[in-house]
Design a protein around this ligand. Sequence first.
Ligand code: NAD
Length: 417
Amino acid sequence: MLGSPSAWDTARIQLENAVRHLGINDGLHDLLRTPRRSITVSVPLVRDDGQLLVLSGYRVQHNLARGPAKGGIRYHPSTDLDEVRALAMWMTWKCALMGIPYGGAKGGIAVDPRLLSHSERERMTRRYAAELVPLIGPEKDIPAPDVGTDEQTMAWIMDTYSTHTGYTATGVVTGKPLSVGGSAGRAGATSRGVQLATFAALAERGLDPYDVTVAVQGFGKVGALAAQYLHDAGCRVVAVSDVKGGVHNPQGLNPAALINHIRRGADSVVGYPGTDTITNAELLELDVDVLVPAAMEGVITAHNADRVRARIIVEGANGPVSADADPILEGNGIMVIPDILANGGGVAVSYFEWVQDIQAYFWTEDEVNDRLCAIMQRAYGEVSTLAAEQGVSLRTAAHIIGVDRVAEAHRTRGLYP
Ligand code: NAD
């Protein structure tokens, strides 16, 4: 959005805010801000028609102080190094906040995967993974799905890495299919965490889930199941959208039926019977109790923040609210459950998947969901308590906790040499 801070600007402003509250000195601030490793790779792809296309791929390991790097891989046309750096930094604070022994990373390729065939996507993924082989590994850096990637993408990366190393390394990625070391409950984990965070916020605000209306932007891996879980738990989901636009029905939608509609081959939620078509901009401004942006970063900025009428925003996506929008939303009394808390359920269960892979011992879905619930409730409680104690927003409180844990790891480890 013209004039609004980029994702990287937003991430740095959020860090500065936490650093100020924590009284961290300039040197350590610099260390925390600067990505540990950033790599750009060329990804040559021979299209099905024989044409050679050279794409740009990225992987940024933002911080490794608390453990191996962890973060998703995104295929999207607007992916660039700055976006990946921001997403990697957020992963660092998120893992620390969720109490998971990982550092933060992110990766991606600047490409629209919908324009590629299945075999083109496989070749592109394998070539990108091959370029990353020296950098990734179960003890080094563990990718996962993000926008435009899925379980199949992770299986290809796992297979490529395993072929290069000469043994099957299931723990090199998470979000894999169950048949190759995936975890029960991983596919719905981010969305389940969004639902748990939403319910914690509703309880704090004294709202009964059965009286609550919800709009969800993004009907992908996170948004579709978040809509379904919120619906199943009693909320009225009145609008959802994808990149092509949104659908609205004030009486309520049936997310499971919409998911089936997409599974049966529809390329968008738009046009679903019994709904009105709305734009993504209109969805963000609907008069609902809960708004779940679960698509891309920077969709709520100073340009539209004043028109947001939701009482609670639950950030299913990473960075959907840019730094210039936060004070406006706060001024209007809108509660924002920040991304590093709201969508932290995904990395929590990715961690469980990695633990299961390393032990070669797998848990039931109930065990996974119970542990996810415990982590989400603990993190939510810590953030909410600190926000109340210090009189700061939930975002600032979440960053203070995450940044403090990473800073403490740096102080304890000391600096080499
Ligand atoms: P996805 O590719 O499965 O789905 C993305 C959805 O957003 C799709 O419905 C797509 O049509 C829609 N979309 C894309 N561009 C849009 C735009 N400009 N406007 C409106 N809609 C748009 O991706 P996902 O995995 O669901 O990720 C969504 C968000 O959640 C991202 O910010 C991602 O970083 C974050 N996230 C994902 C996970 C995970 O486990 N997948 C975990 C934590 C956070």
